[in-house]
Structures are given as C-alpha cells and as structure tokens.
Design a protein around this ligand. Structure first.
Ligand code: IMP
Ligand code: MG
Length: 175
C-alpha cells in the first residue's frame, strides 16, 4: 500500500516569516551599504523566501538562480550534488548572497561555496530561511538565518516532499 503522509500543524506562520525577512533585508542593506548585491536563489525551494527578503533590501540588487539536485523522493540526502541550472553570467564583479530554503547536512551549500568561490566573486555569504543544525554531516555556518528548526522533515513555504507542499503559506512538519 502507498505510504500516507500527513502535514502537521503550523510551525512558523507567514507573518513570522515576513517579519524575519524584514529584519534580514534591513541587515543586508546595512551590511552592503553603497554596494550592489547579487542574490542567488537555489531553485526551487528558496523562491518564496527570496521574494520576501529582496523586497526588504533597499540597496541595488540583482537576482539570479541556480538549480541543484538534492533528495529526489527521499527524506535523506544522497550526499551527491549535481548542478542542473547554472548562473546566467559571471560573478567576478559581484557581492554574492546565496539564498537557500534550509540547511540540513550542509553538503549542498558547502559544495556551492567551493563552486562559486572558484569564480572569484568580491565576496560570498549565505542566507537561509531555515537551519537544522543537528542534521550537519559537514560543518557549515550561514550568515543570515531565518529560523532554527529541530531535526524533523519540514514542508511548506517553498519546501517540498516529493515536489508537494511548496505552496503552503506557512512552515509545517511532515508526520
Ligand atoms: P543539505 O545538503 O543536507 O544541507 O540539504 C539541503 C537541501 O535538502 C535543501 O536545499 C532542501 O532542498 C533539502 N532539505 C533538507 N532538509 C529538508 C526538509 O526538512 N524538508 C524539505 N527539504 C529539505
Ligand atoms: Mg533545496
């Protein structure tokens, strides 16, 4: 029989996400005052969070996207990172902020850090909606963190389980 998954209660509301996005967007505007930043959203999970953060950035901002493969239909990382969509242009003249939905093992962002650093950006930082520090298999620290969450499988607000639940306007847990 097909496994049934149930989406649990609201863990983080849209209003809480909006207010964190405002704080972080304001902080980024201060940290990079007088500069232009390039936000690199990691498809598809980071789209909703990136949209919230960027609206609160008051300095010059550009946006690009990358797609990397992660979990497929499993809730555990394979540990293998593959680039499915790369950047549209060089980044050697840019201050880069990578925007991610969640950091779990740290493998994806650690890989992207090396990959993007090799292209010689002026600087590189990481902004994530969620951080699951207990899931780390490799050390990784983000510069801007929306919320820390416990080691459960999270869905909603861009985060999926097998491509579902990205549309939930709140963060929830898959039971
Ligand atoms: P990491 O490489 O283990 O840090 O995993 C990062 C990626 O795995 C994220 O971009 C997510 O797409 C996915 N991921 C990790 N934890 C969760 C979760 O709880 N729910 C949904 N996706 C997750
Ligand atoms: Mg992802």
């Amino acid at each position: 029989m097909e496994e049934k998954h149930v989406v649990g209660q609201v863990m983080i509301t849209q209003e809480e996400i909006f207010s964190r996005a405002k704080e972080i967007g304001t902080q980024i505007s201060k940290d990079y005052a007088g500069e232009t930043v390039l936000l690199i959203g990691i498809l598809k999970g980071a789209v909703l969070w990136l949209a919230d953060v960027v609206k609160n950035i008051t300095i010059d901002t550009e946006i690009d996207f990358m797609a990397v493969s992660s979990y497929g239909a499993s809730t555990k990382s394979s540990g293998v990172v593959r680039i499915l969509k790369d950047l549209d242009r060089p980044i050697d003249d840019m201050h880069v902020i990578v925007v991610e939905d969640i950091i779990d093992s740290g493998i994806t962002l650690n890989y992207l850090k090396g990959y993007l650093k090799a292209r010689g950006p002026k600087s590189i930082k990481f902004c994530t909606l969620l951080d699951k520090p207990t899931g780390r298999r490799i050390e990784f620290k983000a510069d801007y963190v929306g919320f820390e969450v416990e080691d459960k499988f999270i869905v909603g607000y861009g985060l999926d389980y097998d491509q579902r639940y990205r549309n939930l306007p709140y963060i929830s847990v898959l039971d």
